[in-house]
Design a binder for this molecule. Structure first.
Ligand code: SF4
Length: 64
């Protein structure tokens, strides 16, 4: 974050916050996820995490 702030010290809580914000919190607030599936984060991810594939799998498993 700008200014060097880190409100979530551990990686797990940062990942959890990111996914919940985009896929749950935003849906609750605005009726749709904030991820538009553009794939830019997939190209930039150093761990090759594919958010679109992960969300698709989760939605399939929980039938959201
Ligand atoms: S695919 Fe990644 S970069 Fe694109 S909107 Fe979704 S989270 Fe953001």
């Amino acid at each position: 974050m700008s200014g060097g702030h880190n409100f979530r010290e551990d990686r797990d809580s940062r990942v959890k916050n990111r996914y919940f914000h985009k896929q749950v919190g935003f849906v609750d607030e605005y009726g749709r996820p904030s991820c538009v599936g553009c794939g830019r984060c997939i190209e930039a991810c150093p761990a090759s995490i594919n958010i679109i594939e992960i969300i698709s799998r989760i939605r399939e498993e929980v039938k959201v």
